[in-house]
Design a protein around this ligand. Structure first.
Ligand code: AMP
Ligand code: ZN
Length: 429
């Protein structure tokens, strides 16, 4: 069997759109039970029954993170709380967090979505799946737990941190698949090598699911090389359940986004108009398979583009490109727009450099600190040559000259969760 749900995964476009429209209509009817959407529909004179085509979705205004915050905690609940069995919350840096509610059916559908992704990259019930995500409010924990269990894999809820213990589990339990944040994956590999363990020979790892934060293709390749296993990019967000929204298939030519769960739009974040396929814009998603808390035209702030054409794997669901970052991750320096992932792409090309780096912006200057890899010496002239070459390549990419500082292995901070790659001191001055 190649697919987890062959009929749904390979459905032709006409049937898929029919299914989407059917689910969209149900979703609109349900959404109309929430305080928030009742008000939105009234204000915009929207009568759910008059939405008769997928194109009609455009009549509905966008929903934003601010809407979720302003209607905290239950203003978007479309069913009585009694029908909800789980709540996840994403803490904001300021103000109210966002809350997402799930019914029992929602949890089951979400688990199915994750199982579908894991099956797609070759996992089976014979696998041992170790999840290094934080459990609790962060959806990477329970989301992957339920998905891997649904698939039938032996699932190890190792949770975040405690690297030595993670390694012991990988070895003792014969872990074959890891779910891990990319910045932590490289750290874990480094600790393994330092402890005299070669993951390529001394473990049974064959698949790594990496996601939850932006990372470059170079970083993904580096993880594959270090851990001696295939690494697949997985994308999700708590507002859209969590993990399982989009995932690379074995072709690794983009991430299939499950269109029986969401309707995908890519818009220009300034004009809010749709962009042509292939052009980068903001991902906007409408849930069509969620009971407790539907979200209509939700502006994710994540930047990507749709990949035109069919995928040789036979799945007909659209593919999005590796995420470029969030619109709020963009650094504007001396009038130039920069995404941290551009810097990472250059750094990861150098074998002499490690995987941990930190970008600091102060007084309109950018400093890039990057750790050296084990491969490199402390010979001063060699270090100088390396630093010059890194600076040159960064300048070519960014069109401005950052100050490059090469630092020793282990000198930069490591986070248990998502890595903090940028310190913008201008925001505090
Ligand atoms: P959270 O809701 O806290 O899980 O955060 C979700 C956000 O993490 C997304 O909106 C993205 O900005 C980011 N994210 C998740 N997965 C990926 C990925 N594979 N690549 C890039 N960014 C990701
Ligand atoms: Zn595919």
């Amino acid at each position: 069997m190649t697919y987890w749900q062959e009929e749904l995964e390979t459905m032709n476009r006409a049937d898929l759109e029919k299914l989407q429209l059917h689910r969209l209509k149900e979703t609109l009817e349900r959404a109309n039970h929430s305080t928030f959407y009742t008000k939105v529909f009234q204000e915009h004179a929207i009568i759910p029954e008059t939405i008769r085509s997928l194109d009609d979705l455009k009549k509905i205004p966008f929903t934003t993170k601010e809407d979720l915050r302003n209607h905290y905690p239950f203003g978007l609940a479309a069913v009585p709380l009694q029908k909800c069995v789980r709540l996840h919350s994403s803490s904001g840096t300021t103000g109210n967090p966002t809350v997402i509610l799930h019914s029992a059916k929602d949890i089951d559908e979400w688990a199915n979505q994750v199982a579908r992704c894991l099956y797609m990259v070759g996992l089976r019930d014979t696998d041992i799946f170790q999840n290094t995500s934080g459990y609790g409010m962060f959806t990477g924990g329970l989301g992957f737990q339920y998905g891997a269990e649904k698939l039938g894999a032996l699932t190890v809820p190792a949770a975040a941190g405690n690297t030595k213990r993670q390694i012991k589990f990988i070895k003792d339990f014969g872990t074959t698949c890891l779910h891990i944040i990319p910045s932590y994956a490289t750290h874990l590999a480094e600790v393994m090598y330092e402890s005299g363990i070669d993951p390529r020979k001394d473990t049974h790892l064959h698949t790594i699911c990496i996601g939850a934060e932006p990372h470059s293709e170079e970083q993904r390749l580096r993880i594959e090389e270090l851990l001696g296993a295939k690494a697949y990019n997985c994308f999700g967000m708590s507002e859209m359940n969590g993990p399982g929204v989009a995932f690379e298939c074995k072709e690794q030519n983009g991430l299939h986004i499950w269109e029986d769960y969401v309707i995908v739009e890519i818009i220009d974040p300034i004009t809010l108009e749709p962009v042509p396929d292939g052009q980068v814009g903001e991902l906007v998603l409408t849930t069509i398979n969620r009971e407790a808390m539907p979200l209509l035209r939700y502006r994710t702030r994540d930047l990507t583009h749709l990949i035109p054409g069919d995928c040789p794997c036979g799945r007909t669901h659209k593919r999005i490109a590796r995420l470029k970052g969030r619109s709020d991750d963009m650094i504007i320096l001396k009038g130039v727009n920069i995404f941290p992932i551009q810097i990472e792409t250059i750094l990861m090309k150098f074998k002499e450099l490690g995987s941990n780096y930190l970008i600091t912006i102060e007084n309109d200057e950018m400093q890039v600190e990057v750790e050296l890899s084990d491969l490199f010496t402390d010979d001063y002239s060699q270090l100088q040559r390396l630093s010059k070459e890194v600076t040159r390549q960064l300048k070519d990419e960014l069109l401005l000259t950052p100050k490059v500082k090469l630092v020793g292995r282990g000198s930069l901070p490591i986070q248990e969760g998502k890595a903090v790659r940028v310190k913008d001191l201008r925001k505090f001055s």
